[in-house]
Design a protein around this ligand. Structure first.
Ligand code: NAD
Ligand code: UDP
Length: 314
């Protein structure tokens, strides 16, 4: 079995490469390194089951040989990244989705799309089930990401309905763990780096907004099952950890776990920042027999250790 993983040098993509190789798959990883790093996959270079292509998925994709599953994970995912690369972000989740879907059609492959909880926008329904249509500002600064993901979902369903492609749309909620970039801009890398350096932790807004954080190994397990299991064609599935936390409490917890003397400072809220976010994972439990296992404290300690080492060598 051979899989194509776009975004292979990114946080989630690199862990997916590891998992598919471990399971005996041949992996073709594709990435243009816009937010990813060769360091994340350096250990795979030279592996007989791994091939890497430095390529921009916005361009037409052609590869020799059979491919059984295409996983489209390329896309800047941190709000700081997608807001500073707005047009690229829209291209990767429109043209990139079109190209990878066309490629899957040509190869008669299954297609797994990395969608996001951001398709729910600033939700008015809580927790968010897959049946909720969302509350997205179509012209706000986050729209380049949210609307491109929504467009990609529609494109996946169009290929499913018109060409019978076996697509699976995974709505991924906030995920954290080793291999996130130190300067990625997302809340957990920011707070850990700030706490380890003794700098103030920057809370945007009053810190009462919530997120639900899933450890990377749990997420990868969910993605792997959703990719290899039969009978899921056309399904849309939330993947995330339903334990919900206020951002201010995350800041306090990270200060405690790092034994840091850092203070907390408050900055103005980001525009359109969702106020609450928590997945309803009933469908994932039912269809995948999956639910996250790693408690936040444990996952954070592992992530803190990884960042500590990374900062030493930075
Ligand atoms: P990331 O930024 O670490 O990884 C994205 C990867 O895609 C990077 O290696 C980047 O270089 C690559 N890439 C971007 N544009 C590309 C292009 N045009 N051609 C080839 N490669 C390109 O982000 P991540 O956290 O690993 O997210 C991966 C996927 O999961 C994204 O699609 C994201 O939207 C989705 N997702 C992530 C989260 C999360 O919490 N991490 C949540 C929801 C959805
Ligand atoms: N956030 C924060 N300080 C930071 C980074 C983020 O208070 O240094 C907040 C941000 O405003 C949001 C939450 O943390 O409410 C999660 O932000 P992140 O960028 O990690 O991802 P999002 O869930 O918004 O995509």
């Amino acid at each position: 079995m051979r899989v194509l993983i776009t975004g292979a040098a990114g946080f989630i993509g690199s862990h997916l490469c590891d998992r598919f190789i471990q399971e005996g798959f041949e992996v073709i990883g594709m990435d243009n390194f816009i937010t990813g790093s060769p360091d994340n996959i350096a250990h795979l270079f030279g592996h007989p089951k791994f091939k890497f292509l430095h390529y921009n998925v916005v361009n037409y994709i052609y590869l020799e040989g059979s491919v059984d599953i295409v996983l489209h994970f390329a896309c800047p995912a941190s709000p700081a990244d997608y807001m500073s690369n707005p047009i690229h972000t829209m291209k990767v989740d429109s043209l990139g989705t079109l190209n990878t879907l066309g490629f899957a059609k040509l190869k008669k492959a299954r297609y797994v799309f990395a969608s996001t909880s951001e398709v729910y926008g600033d939700p008015t329904v809580h927790p968010q089930p897959e049946t909720y249509w969302g509350n997205v500002n179509p012209i706000g600064p986050r729209s380049v990401y949210d609307e491109a993901k929504r467009f990609s979902e529609a494109m996946c369903m169009a290929y499913h309905r018109e060409h019978g492609i076996d697509v699976r749309i995974l709505r991924i909620f906030n995920t954290y763990g080793p291999r996130m970039r130190i300067n990625d801009g997302r809340v957990i890398p920011n707070f850990i780096t700030q706490a380890l350096k003794g700098e103030p932790l920057t809370v945007y807004g009053n810190g009462k907004q919530t997120r639900s954080f899933c450890y990377i190994d749990d997420l990868v397990e969910g993605i792997f099952i959703a990719s290899v299991k039969d009978g899921l064609s056309g399904e849309v599935i939330n993947l995330g950890n339903p334990q919900e936390f206020r951002i201010i409490d995350i800041a306090k917890l990270i200060i405690e776990l790092t034994n840091s003397n850092s203070q907390i400072v408050f900055y103005p809220p980001l525009p359109d920042d969702p106020k609450r976010r928590c997945p309803d994972i009933g469908k994932a439990k039912r269809l995948l027999s999956w639910e996250p296992k790693k408690p936040l404290r444990e996952g954070l300690l592992e992530t803190i250790n990884w960042f500590r080492e990374k900062l030493k060598s930075a």
